[in-house]
Design a protein around this ligand. Sequence first.
Ligand code: TXA
Ligand code: MG
Length: 324
Amino acid sequence: MGEMLKADDRGIEAAALALRSGLLVAFPTETVYGLGANARDEQAVRRIFAAKGRPSWHPLIVHLPSLQELPGWAADIPQQAWDLAEVFWPGPLTLVLKKAGGVSAHITGGQGTVALRIPNHAVALRLLRAFERGIAAPSANKFGHISPTRAEHVAEDFADEVAIILDGGPCRVGLESTIVDLSGSAATLLRPGAIDRASLARVLGAPPRDSQGEQTTRVPGMIERHYAPHKPTRLCSYKNLEQIACSMKAEYGVLSLQKRPPCFTGVWIELSSEPERYAKDLYAALRELDHTRAAEILIEEVPVAATWEAIRDRLRRASTQSNN
Ligand code: TXA
Ligand code: MG
């Protein structure tokens, strides 16, 4: 396995050095852990795809140390991008913009746009400032698997493909960033996240449009069956869930908003009814259930409300059975 390091001065220095040497470094952000490489080093960026088992046409997010770096990566930056950046950066928001000249096709998946974000996490920011350049980083999980929200999750998915894992403890947000595409004529929401539509609308003057059609193939987050456990995973109402779980037809692992009913004897994880806390704990809970002996994972449906949109999106993808 790559070296797991505390995110102190020595750890940060070693990680920045590894990045300069073209190696991969996993680091914490407020959303999930990222699998980072020097975004200006094609060889290093290729290592990300090889390590993740990710198809080469899936574009990566470039993490920046500061707003001053933005023009080095994006061209024709619209006012809306500056407005969103001012309010939400550093933070869990990724902007898709027209790419600047010289940005590698390996980063953009051969497209004319690039995804950029300044993360709001002390360790990520210290690493970015020590490295002084852009770090390309997808979530630090094998392609299609559950995103990592703890350093141990990264170690579960990777062996020595990753030189260093910086341990920054559990991620505060727990779901991947909101992605807004500003490269076209109207702001478009490509992936819901902690920064919700209403917050975006306050800055943009109107809610972003929904992505549809051809765009969906460009965003791996939009591929069904993503963020998924290995075990078959089903979403159901509490009533159905209790019925199935207590039927004893098979061993189930359960994720619920309620307490374990007395009839159930398997692994039951109760998550918070408060969406921010639910989001923070979700991926760790899914990984935990995936490690049990259960034949199947049952997840209780969550409320249909704006504050639960990003969670509902990830639960739907975790539980889609087909791979199309
Ligand atoms: O919170 C996050 O965004 C985490 C942390 C590490 O920053 N990163 C993350 O990266 O979730 P990843 O690669 O797992 O997801 C990035 C998403 C993908 O769905 C990708 O297709 C999309 O960003 N993306 C990247 N560049 C794009 C572009 N030029 N146009 C459209 N989508 C893009
Ligand atoms: Mg990912």
